[in-house]
Design a protein around this ligand. Sequence first.
Ligand code: E4P
Length: 217
Amino acid sequence: MKFFVDTADTAEIRDLAATGLVDGVTTNPSLIHKAGRNFLEVVEEICGIVDGPVSAEVVALDHEGMMREAEIVRRIADNVAVKVPLTVDGLKTCKALTSDGTMVNVTLCFTANQALLAAKAGATFISPFVGRHDDIGFDGMQIISEIRTIYDNYDFETQILVASVRHPVHVLQSAMIGADVMTAPPAVIRQLFKHPLTDRGIESFLADWGKTGQSIG
Ligand code: E4P
């Protein structure tokens, strides 16, 4: 499963990319607002930090407007994935852009039927939002299983990009189901490394090593 970082904070992206575990980045208008930076500039900087896909979202709601914005966004770098909402105009735009060789991430997906439409429109990525679904009392991961089954039934190449990931259990469940990608905030990715028994084990090994009086090298 590929790991994308869900942030527009370039310091965080650089730091995590140094681990070698970052396969791409996702942004959205709220994350751009949080970063407090110019949209095109920050996307360009991120595209220079990671080699993998960097999702940058258009904000127009009509097909012509989305195409105009996508033209600007896709010129930033070869690894830009244009992010469009799961609407009629969004999928029209998806079809046009992917037919032209541009990566497209279809966002704000909340049902498996929506994911089926996105795959038929040739989406590179479909982003089902599991956390926001959990927030309103549904099981977000159930939709990921449904999408996996549908995509496998028909050999769709669209990659399932689990979004709105809130905690490590979402990551575990995504991997168990066989999602292609998950995107998580930096804090959740950092949580994946942590276990109190790992910390305690290091402490006790170091204490015993100190007692041997040895050093390596
Ligand atoms: C990523 O592409 C999505 O925009 C993001 O994961 C949404 O996460 P949120 O529901 O925590 O805002």
